[in-house]
Write a protein that binds this ligand. Structure first.
Ligand code: SIN
Length: 356
């Protein structure tokens, strides 16, 4: 009698285990690459929200353990790729991260990647990966504005949404995506617009790609620019990127920083000009001189929205300058670095700025 009772309990457990295994088999396999940021931050009290906490403290396993709901939407595993506040992100870290993403996505047992990241430079990492990842599988970058210890921390729900998105059919072929605050943005277009609020990430004027609602992604539009597998940029054999620096336009501008960047070996300069990328008379001789030395000059705008018109506020044909199209200065720097790994021909580089 007792044996029969234990046997039937054993059978029930076996069935439950089989059901769990079957469910796991039907779920997408998502790898979470953790890089640090506020999503992994801790504060002294629960009311330490956007000020006074320390970023990049919590490890990837603890981040995953804090959201048991992840198990219902994906088979998740984590890797601690780095543990930094994203103001310390740099070219070397990007190369390391991009190589890992490409290696993982080439595996048949990986369906999507989530990258946890500080919000300060999320838009730059997203655009870099958008240009160098060689797969149509989803790559989703996620952060949080409040540390993990805060009252109403936004990290857990953002991570849940990111895993959901990375495992979804809808996100395939959409380029590298950024999700926070239930919204989905394109890596090329997204920018941080507020120092501290939860709705800081926007694609000004063009708008979000979509939303996540009721544990489902909804897409309404798509970036028309080529990305991921449709770009020529291959970083797998690179261990360094060309030096490209940014100079910022302002009233009473002088060429001191520009000249210093060129003297320090910059191969490219992004000039974040006023208005439609206008150049102060004080910097035109230095920019012209730098171009003659082979430095590629890209006119961007500090405005943050709109197209910088070629041959508009400067005679780009005569000066042999490039315009940034709609890319802000920090994203223009990324495209120029990658363009310089392929060519120094400014006509080719201009084409890239209109294509990617
Ligand atoms: C960071 O970018 O690492 C700090 C700020 C944040 O993640 O919100």
């Amino acid at each position: 009698m007792l044996i029969r009772k234990y046997f039937s309990q054993f059978l029930v457990l076996l069935c439950l285990a089989a059901a769990a295994a079957a469910q796991a088999q039907n779920l997408p396999n998502v790898v979470i690459l953790a890089t640090g940021g506020t999503i992994a931050g801790t504060g002294a009290t629960t009311t330490t929200t956007t000020v006074g906490y320390t970023a990049a403290k919590v490890g990837v396993d603890a981040l995953i353990a804090a959201v048991p709901e992840l198990k219902k939407v994906a088979n998740v595993r984590g890797e601690q790729t780095m543990q930094i506040a994203s103001e310390n992100m740099n070219n070397d870290a990007w190369l390391k991260l991009a190589k890992r993403v490409n290696t993982l996505l080439a595996q048949s047992d990986v369906d999507g990647i989530v990258i946890t990241h500080g919000t300060d430079t999320i838009e730059e990492t997203a655009y870099f990966l958008d240009l160098v990842v060689k797969s149509k599988k989803p790559v989703v970058i996620v952060g949080a504005m409040r540390p993990s210890t805060a009252i109403s921390a936004d990290g857990p729900i953002n991570l849940y949404n990111a895993v959901l998105l990375a495992g979804s059919k809808e996100a395939i072929g959409k380029g590298v995506l950024v999700t926070l605050n239930d919204q989905i943005n394109a890596g090329r277009e997204v920018t941080k617009t507020n120092t501290s609020t939860l709705d800081t990430f926007k694609t000004p004027e063009l708008g979000f790609l979509g939303y996540i609602q009721g544990s489902k992604p909804f897409f309404y539009r798509q970036s028309t620019r080529k990305n991921t597998a449709d770009t020529p940029f291959d970083i797998m054999n690179l261990d360094k990127l060309p030096q490209v620096d940014i100079v910022y336009g302002y009233a009473n501008m002088n060429p001191i920083a520009l000249n210093a960047f060129v003297a320090a070996g910059a191969q490219g300069i992004i000039h974040a000009g006023v208005g439609d990328g206008s150049l102060n008379n004080t910097v035109v001789p230095s920019l012209t001189e730098a171009r003659k030395k082979g430095v590629v000059i890209v006119r961007a705008s500090r405005v943050g929205q709109g197209i910088v018109a070629r041959n508009g506020e400067a005679d780009d044909d005569k000066l042999d300058f490039v315009v940034s199209d709609t890319l802000n200065a920090q994203k223009a720097r990324i495209l120029l670095m990658l363009a310089l790994t392929k060519t120094t021909d400014t006509k080719e580089i201009q084409k890239m700025f209109w294509e990617y």
